[in-house]
Design a protein around this ligand. Structure first.
Ligand SMILES: Cc1cc2nc3c(=O)[nH]c(=O)nc-3n(C[C@H](O)[C@H](O)[C@H](O)COP(=O)(O)OP(=O)(O)OC[C@H]3O[C@@H](n4cnc5c(N)ncnc54)[C@H](O)[C@@H]3O)c2cc1C
Length: 274
C-alpha cells in the first residue's frame, strides 16, 4: 500500500460468483458492513442451462441466477463494486490479529475502543479502479485467481495446474481474518457446492468474530418465545401478516425477474470466441 485507503469495511468479499455472493448474504444479514468486489467473470456465465442448482426443477438461466444472488446480497445490506482486486496487504501493527478478545468488548475483531490505531482493520484492499479499502475480514472467492494475495505472508497457495488456496475444513487460511471460499478453496466444481461453501465460510467468519450469531433463521411468531425461550441471536420471529407481506413481495419480484428470457448472451470459453 502506498497511501492510506479511504474506505473502511468490516468485510470485503473478493469475487462475486456464487461463492462470494452467498458469503456476502450471510455476513451482511448479521450486520457486518460488507463490500463485494467483482470483476464480472464468473465461470458460471458460460453455463448453457443450470439444471442442478437446488430449487429450480426445470433449471434456471445461470446469468439470471447470478443477478438474483447479487440482488440478494444487496437486499441483505452488502454493497457491490465492479472492479478487480489487484492487491490485499496486511496492515502492519493491526490489533488483535491473534483473534482473541483482547479489548474485552466481546468481539475479537472490533477494536474500536481507541487502543488500536487501525481500528481493528487487518487488511488493505486495492483495486484496478484505484479504490482503497481497509477491512477486518477478507473472503477470497476468485476461483483460481490468487495473484492479489502475494502481499500476505502465510497464505498457502496450492499449485495443481490451477491455483487454489489452502484452507481448513471451515475455509480459514491460517492468516487471521482471511478466508477462502468456493472453487478457490478446492471445493468441487459445482455451483451449488460453491454457493453452500460461501455460506459456510461466512458463518465461520461470524463465529470467529464472536458476533452474536446463532442461526440465520426466520421463524413463525412465538416459535421460540412461546416456549419460554429467548429469541436466539441471528433469529427473527415474524407474525402472519408480516409473513404474508414478505411472500407477496417475493412473488412480485419473482414474476418480474422471470417474465422474460435473461438479456445477457450465452458466454463461452475465450478460445472458442472469434
Ligand atoms: C461451461 C460451464 C458450465 C457449467 N455448468 C455447471 C452446471 O450445470 N452446474 C454446476 O453446478 N456447475 C456448473 N459449472 C461450474 C460452476 O460455474 C462453478 O463451479 C462455480 O461458478 C464456481 O463458483 P465460484 O464462486 O467459486 O467461482 P466463480 O463463479 O467463477 O466466481 C469467481 C468470481 O471472482 C471474480 N474474480 C476473480 N478474480 C478477481 C479479482 N482479482 N478481483 C475481483 N473479482 C475477481 C470473477 O470475475 C468471478 O466473478 C459450469 C462451468 C462451466 C465452465
Amino acid at each position: 500500500m502506498t497511501e492510506g485507503p479511504t474506505d473502511s469495511r468490516d468485510a470485503v468479499v473478493v469475487g462475486g460468483g456464487v461463492a462470494g455472493l452467498s458469503a456476502a448474504v450471510f455476513t451482511a444479514r448479521q450486520g457486518l458492513d460488507t463490500l463485494v468486489v467483482d470483476a464480472g467473470e464468473s465461470i458460471l456465465r458460460r453455463n448453457a442451462h443450470l439444471e442442478n442448482f437446488p430449487g429450480f426443477p426445470l433449471g434456471v438461466n445461470a446469468r439470471q441466477l447470478l443477478d438474483l444472488l447479487g440482488e440478494q446480497a444487496e437486499t441483505a445490506g452488502a454493497d457491490r463494486l465492479d472492479a478487480r482486486v489487484t492487491r490485499v496487504a496486511a496492515i502492519e501493527g493491526s490489533g488483535d490479529v491473534d483473534g482473541d478478545d483482547s479489548d474485552g468488548d466481546g468481539s475479537d475483531g472490533d477494536n474500536s475502543n481507541g487502543d488500536d490505531p487501525n481500528d481493528g482493520a487487518r487488511f488493505a484492499v486495492e483495486t484496478d479502479g484505484d479504490d482503497r479499502v481497509r477491512t477486518r475480514y477478507v473472503v477470497a472467492a476468485t476461483k483460481n485467481e490468487v495473484g492479489y494475495l502475494d502481499g500476505i505472508d502465510g497464505v498457502g497457495i496450492l499449485d495443481r495446474g490451477k491455483a487454489y488456496v489452502d484452507v481448513d475444513e471451515r475455509g480459514r487460511t491460517g492468516v487471521d481474518g482471511l478466508y477462502a471460499a468456493g472453487r478457490l478453496a478446492e471445493k468441487p466444481h459445482q455451483a451449488a457446492v460453491c454457493a453452500g461453501h460461501g455460506a459456510e465460510v461466512a458463518v465461520t467468519l461470524l463465529e470467529d468474530d464472536d458476533a452474536p450469531f446463532y442461526h440465520d433463521w426466520v421463524a413463525p411468531e412465538g416459535y421460540f418465545t412461546d416456549r419460554g425461550r429467548d429469541l436466539p441471536p441471528g433469529c427473527e420471529e415474524i407474525d402472519a401478516e408480516e409473513r404474508r407481506e414478505r411472500e407477496a413481495a417475493s412473488l412480485d419480484a419473482t414474476r418480474e425477474r422471470f417474465a422474460d428470457p435473461h438479456p445477457d448472451p450465452q458466454e463461452t470459453h475465450p478460445s472458442l470466441e472469434e
